[in-house]
Design a protein around this ligand. Structure first.
Ligand code: OGA
Ligand code: NI
Length: 365
């Protein structure tokens, strides 16, 4: 049997583990000492990812437009992570969508179990990534769904309760995908490519992938021993995250330290992911991040993954490849690429790094 057809052991919902009143977390969630939240000296608390005001991108003043594009370029090069305000998405829509997911996770277990997911597509209600028996687990549950391409969208797999969920997710998705498209244009131009280059190379408007993972991080009686999400870079093109503004938790690796993101009100956190590192031939890098949990507050975040179409070959953009700058990564489809994470779970940046100069395929043609 294909190892992605079923989970190797019964799935435990972290939320219900917490609700059972345990004071000591099971060993499966206890990280090795060097992986625990406090094992590395934290970055100074005033460190934060750059903030970008997107309204200036569309200013009548060309120098302001140019300056904003340059700010985005340096955020991409120096951090791979930034937050955007004045991004054009209704704050009310964001708040209502966040709230509806909060309510979903507080439905009775039997209701959520109707959407229990499998590792073949990961769509639905889940509590682990990876199918290795006995592997370390993270302190979170999630719901994963496809919005694009339309051929993968199946609203029957989205929660039917709360009643407004499907409609809100549809509306929210449409808006976030639009924002993603705007950023792709800016990234293309900043890389010296024509404006539509990245969007086309990743599959075009109709075939690009967009999926939502809503993360639910329950309170944790021993937050110093575990992680809500282990260190990883996102496998796709970029991620647009609506974090929980009231509960910090996301940490970004920067200069070897973990910087805790302080979100601005109504901001989206944007991070570059592995396929953009590959397509930009290493000009841009995906960045490792993780989530810590706490004893006092649960946390809900909405991560929108902007992905390449699954079956087209992704490789460094030809205009960015030359004799002095040979292709650093081999050509591969996203379906092939993400099999690794789906099988083995989250392991920092090991996958994209393992590809660098891996073999002769690294030279284009
Ligand atoms: C993710 C992720 C961060 C967060 O879902 O890939 O990194 O704050 N989420 O939940
Ligand atoms: Ni992530």
């Amino acid at each position: 049997m294909n190892c992605l057809e079923s989970w190797p052991e019964p799935v435990v919902r972290v939320q219900h583990l917490f609700d059972s009143g345990i004071q000591v977390i099971p060993d499966r969630y206890v990280k090795k000492p060097l992986e625990r939240p406090g094992s590395v000296e934290p970055a100074p608390s005033e460190d934060n990812i750059p903030a970008i005001d997107m309204k200036d991108l569309y200013s009548e003043d060309a120098s302001l437009r140019r300056r904003t594009a340059l700010l985005i370029d340096s955020a991409c090069r120096e951090w791979g992570f930034f937050q955007v305000v004045n991004h054009g998405i209704s704050h009310e829509l964001m708040a209502r969508t966040h709230e509806v997911w909060y309510q979903f996770f507080h439905l009775p277990l039997e209701e959520k179990q109707k959407y229990a997911n499998l590792p073949s597509t990961y769509e639905g209600y889940g509590s682990r990534l990876g199918v290795e028996k006995g592997m370390s687990l993270d302190w979170s549950d999630y719901f994963f769904l496809h919005y694009l391409p339309v051929g993968l969208r199946d609203q029957n797999k989205w929660p039917s309760l709360p009643v407004s969920c499907r409609e809100l997710v549809g509306e929210y998705s449409r808006e976030v995908v639009k924002l993603g498209g705007k950023l792709m244009k800016v990234f293309s131009t900043n890389l010296g490519l024509r404006e539509g280059y990245l969007q086309d190379a990743f599959g075009g408007d109709d075939e690009i992938g967009a999926c939502l993972r809503t993360n639910y991080y329950p309170k944790c009686p021993q937050p110093d021993l575990t992680l809500g999400l282990s260190p990883h870079s996102d496998p796709g093109v970029m991620t647009l995250l609506f974090p929980d503004e009231n509960v910090p938790g996301l940490q970004v690796r920067h200069d070897g330290k973990w910087v805790t993101v302080q979100p601005l009100p109504n901001a989206f956190i944007v991070n570059l992911a592995d396929q953009l590192q590959i397509m930009s031939n290493g000009n841009y890098k995906s960045v490792e991040h993780r989530v810590i949990v706490n004893a006092k507050k649960e946390r809900v975040s909405l991560a929108y993954f902007y992905n390449p179409r699954g079956d087209i070959v992704i490789k460094p953009a030809e205009p960015l490849v030359s004799e002095e700058h040979p292709a650093l990564y081999p050509a591969m489809t996203f379906n092939e690429y993400r099999l690794y994470i789906r099988t083995k779970g989250l392991h920092g940046k090991s996958q994209v790094e393992s590809l660098v100069n891996s073999d002769s395929l690294c030279r284009l043609n």
